[in-house]
Design a protein around this ligand. Sequence first.
Ligand code: ZN
Ligand code: ZN
Ligand code: FE
Length: 758
Amino acid sequence: MPSSEATRLRLRVTGAVQGVGFRPFVHSLADRYALAGFVRNDSHGVLMEVEGARVDDFVAALRREPPPLARIDTLECETITPLRDAKFSIEPSRDGKTQTCITPDAAICDDCLNDLFDPKSRFYLYPFVNCTHCGPRYTLTRRLPYDRAQTSMAPFAMCDDCARDYADPTNRRFHAQPIACPKCGPQLAYLGPRDASLKARGPGAAMDREPSGSHHAALIRQIVTTLQSGGIVALKGIGGFHLLCDARDETAVAELRRRKGRDAKPFAVMLADVAAATRAGLFGEDELRLLQSRARPIVIVEKREEFVPSVAPGLSRIGLILPYAPLHHLLFHAAADLALVATSANPSGEPLIVDDEEAREKLASIADLIVGHDRAIVARADDSIATIIAGAPALLRRARGFVPEPIALANDGPDILALGAHLKSTITVTRGREAFVSTHIGSLDDRATIDFYRETIARMLDILDVKPERVACDLHPDLASTRYAEETGLPVIRVQHHAAHIAAIAAEHKIEGPILGAALDGYGYGDDGGAWGGELMLVDEGHWRRLGHIAPLPLPGGDRAAREPWRMGVAALAAQDRCGDVFDRFPGMELAGKVAMLASAPNVARTTSLGRMFDAAAALLGVRLVQQYEGQAAMELEALCQSPRALANGYSIENDILDLTKLFAALLKPGLSASQGAELFHGTLIEALAQWLRAAAQARGQTRVALGGGCMMNKILAEGLVSRLRDFGIEALLARAAPTNDGGLSLGQAHIARMRKV
Ligand code: ZN
Ligand code: ZN
Ligand code: FE
C-alpha cells in the first residue's frame, strides 16, 4: 500500500492496561507516528482507533514498549473505514461489566526516586510520591473502576499543581489516581508512644499540618535515631505496619522476639540497595532480578552475613528485601548502612495491622516508636516471599506486588470460588480463563484471621464482579473454610488436599489431560480421613486417584507429634522394633517410654507425611527435638546438608509404595554426625523419590510429573529431584506462581472444581 494513503485500525487490548499509564502512552505513540484517532478505557480493557500512514509502526511499538506496569494479554486488530479525523484524543471511559482488574502494588520507579531526592522537585523528600508507573494500587483501591474516588485517596483534594499534572497527557502522572504532593497529600503521623517523656523528644506533640517537609524530616530522623539506639519501630508501609529494628544489634532483635512472642522463626532483613544485599547474601542473576523486580518480594538466598544470631537462628539461608516505598528510601537516605529486621506487625498470629488506631493500641507494648500516616490501607498485603528453585522463581508467599494479578489457565470454564484449607490460607476466584489467587491470609485459627478471610472473599468477588457457580473446599469436615463453603448455598466440590497440591501445578502450567504427581507435604486430610502427606496421584478431568504413598510411620500423639519431632523419632524406632533405644536417643524426654508404647500399639494412627519423616530424621540425628515453628526441624536439617549423598539400597519400592525404613536404620549408625546424616537423608530421599516417580511414570506412559506440597520448599530436595528426574527423561513441574505450600491449595481446588463435569 502506498505510504501516503491513510489506513484506519481498530485495536482492542486486554490485560493489565488500566491505571498503568496506557492511554497517555498510546497518545504519545500516535503523536510519534502522526496518527489521528482516539483511545479510551472500556470494560474489556483499552479500545483505540488510529488512522494515518504509519499504523504498522504504531502497532509494532505498542507491542514492543508498553509502560512498565502494563501487561498485554491480547491485542485484536481490524482494518476499518478511514474517518479522516483531524487529531488524536483520549476519550472518557465507558462503563460496562468489569472484565479488567486492579494492578498489583509496585515499588517506587526510578523517575519518582529522582523526584524524591531532587531539591528542585515539588516531591522532594515527600514519602508518598508516585506516578502511573509505580506506587500502591491494590492496597488502596476499594472497588473498580479504578478512579481516585474509589481509593483511599478520595479524601485528599488535589492541589492546582497536582490537578495540572493529572490532566496533562504528556505528564507521567496523567490520571495517576494516587497522585499527591506535600501540599495536598497524605502526611506521616506520630502515633506513639503516649509516654510524655518519650514524646517530648520527638515532633509528635506538634505534628499535624505544620510545614510538612520539616515535619516529615523530623519524624524520619526520630525513626532512624530510635533504630540506631536499639529501639523497635512500628512503621506503616504499603500493605500494613512493619516492625523494624537493627539487624546487627542482638539485644534489639532478641527484644523484638521477646515482645512479639516469636521464638525462632526467621526474620527478613531490609537493606539499602543491591550492593548491601549482595554483601549479605549470595545472589545469582535470577535472584538479583527478583530482588529488584517491581513486586519487590523478600528473596530467600544463601547467607553471607550472619547479622546476629537471633535474625535467622539455625538456618543457612535468609530472606532479604530492598526498600520499595518512598518512606523506606528516606530511612536509608538518612542512614545507608542500616540493616533492618522488617517483620509484619501482627501480634499473636493475627492479620497484619493496617489501621493507625489499632496500631496505637496493639503495638504500644511492642514498639518504642509508632509512625503511621493518613492514607488508609484498604486491603492488607504482607510482603511476598520468593526464591529461585531449579533456575526459576517460585513464590512461597504470594501477597504484595503479585495480588491480584491473574494466573492464566488453559481453557475457559465455570467461575469458581475456592476456599483453601487451614494453614497459610488463600482463596482463589476464577473468571473465564483466569485464576485470581488472593493475598496470603494466614492460618484460620482466630476470629480476626477468619474475619479477614471473609473480607477477602467478599472483596475478590466484588472487584472481579464474579458470581461463582460452585465453591471448592478441602475434604476435611472441621475446617472454618469447609464450613464457609457449606454456608454459601452453592454446589460444593470437596477436594482432597494433595490432589489440590498437584492440581495447582497443573493449573498454572496449563496442563490439559491427566497429570501424574507427587505431593510431598506436612499434613492433609486423606480420602480415608487419615493423615496423608507423601502421595502419588493421578489427577484428571476434575477427579483424582491415589496410586501410592510413602509407607507410613506411627503418629504418636497426633498434632503433638507435628510439634515435637522427637515423637516421630520414637515412631521411626518403633517401626524398626527398636523401642528399647528411645531412652538412649531421647534421654531428656520424660514421656519417651509412654510414647514408645503408643507408637508400637497396633491401633496407633499412622501418617504417610514426608514432613513428619523429616521430623523423624532431625530428631534421630539430634538436630531438633521440639519445634518452635512449623517446618523448623526440616529447615535446620536442610541447613546442615552441603552435598547430598545417596545410600545404596536405602529404600524399597513395591506396588507404588515407597518404604524408607532402611534409610532411618542408616541414620542410627553410631558415629554418624548430624551433617553426615542430613546429607545421607537428603541424598537417599532424592534417589528414592526419583525412582518411585520414574517407575510410576513409565508404567503409565507419562513423561512429566508435578511435584507439590510444602516439602518442595526445600531447595536441595526440589533441585535434586528435578535434576535426577531429568536424567530419566522426565520433566518435573513445580509450583511457581502460587506457593507449593498450602498457600497454593485454593488454586488447585479451583482447577479440579472447574474441570469437574457436573
Ligand atoms: Zn513513579
Ligand atoms: Zn498536590
Ligand atoms: Fe499441604
